[in-house]
Design a protein around this ligand. Structure first.
Ligand code: PGA
Length: 247
């Protein structure tokens, strides 16, 4: 199995031009790693990010993208625009967008399709809440979320990155145990295998309180191909240590 690992920093709504410049300069100096690395700053900072990271081993992406191509969608950003700024990735369906902005499985799938249409790799997030896990519904929930994307993208599903992010582990300091993570990742890979012959080449990232001290154990799991990192991606030393663990 020769899947290169991928580590993506999701800055969420954090940063400032000054803080970002420092963080990006430190990351640029810390690489290269034996893994692919990317950061997803708030959209308004993409132009600065392009200048800071051009020619480095660190790629960049967006935290979301519109399902629409253009038009009267105040506040939204189209995949074509992100593409113009050299984004390689667009996170879609993060649990914060699903929960706080009411994004449905179908909308997330439509966003993934819009991203692919402009050569962005969608990072499709799936994950159960604590209540769903305690009710024994984890498998059903993540399969339903992924199924909408598989249906909408058809054979193009092989071009996405999937991120399993248990909602109860995001920003809480509680990480899924290696057994819990591997079980869901294996389930997702099985579901992808039914949809595409190249599921074995697809990356499935884990996200949810990944830190420098737990990253290596998670990345060593057979179906974990890297991480989507929130809080720990805001500190250069922590993020660099996680990238090293993936190398
Ligand atoms: P966290 O966030 O690493 O701060 O838990 C992960 C995410 O939401 O992508």
């Amino acid at each position: 199995m020769a899947r290169t690992k991928l580590v993506v920093g999701n800055w969420k709504m954090n940063g400032s031009r000054a803080a970002n410049a420092e963080l990006l300069a430190a990351l640029k100096a810390a690489g290269p790693w034996g893994a692919e690395v990317a950061v997803c700053p708030p959209t308004v900072y993409l132009a600065d990010t392009v200048l800071a990271l051009q020619g480095s081993n660190v790629a960049w992406g967006a935290q979301d993208c519109s399902a629409h191509a253009s038009g009267a969608y105040t506040g939204e950003v189209a995949a074509a625009m992100l593409s113009e700024f050299g984004c390689r990735y667009a996170i879609v369906g993060h649990s914060e967008r699903r929960a706080l902005h009411g994004e449905s499985d179908q909308l997330v799938a439509d966003k993934a399709k819009a991203a692919l249409a402009h050569n962005l790799t969608p990072i499709v997030c799936v994950g159960e809440t604590l209540a769903e896990r305690e009710a024994g519904r984890t498998d059903e929930v993540v399969k339903r979320q992924l199924s909408a994307v598989i249906h909408t993208l058809a054979h193009c599903i092989s071009q996405v990155v999937v991120a399993y992010e248990p909602v109860w582990a995001i920003g809480t300091g509680k990480t899924a145990s290696p057994d819990q993570a591997q079980a869901v990742h294996a389930l997702l890979r099985t579901q992808l295998t039914a949809a595409t012959q190249t599921a074995g080449d697809m990356k499935i990232l884990y996200g949810g309180s990944v830190k420098a001290d737990n990253a290596a154990a998670l990345f060593a799991l057979p179906d974990v191909d890297g991480g989507l990192i929130g809080g720990a991606s805001l500190k250069a030393a922590d993020f660099a240590a996680i990238c090293r663990a993936a190398g």
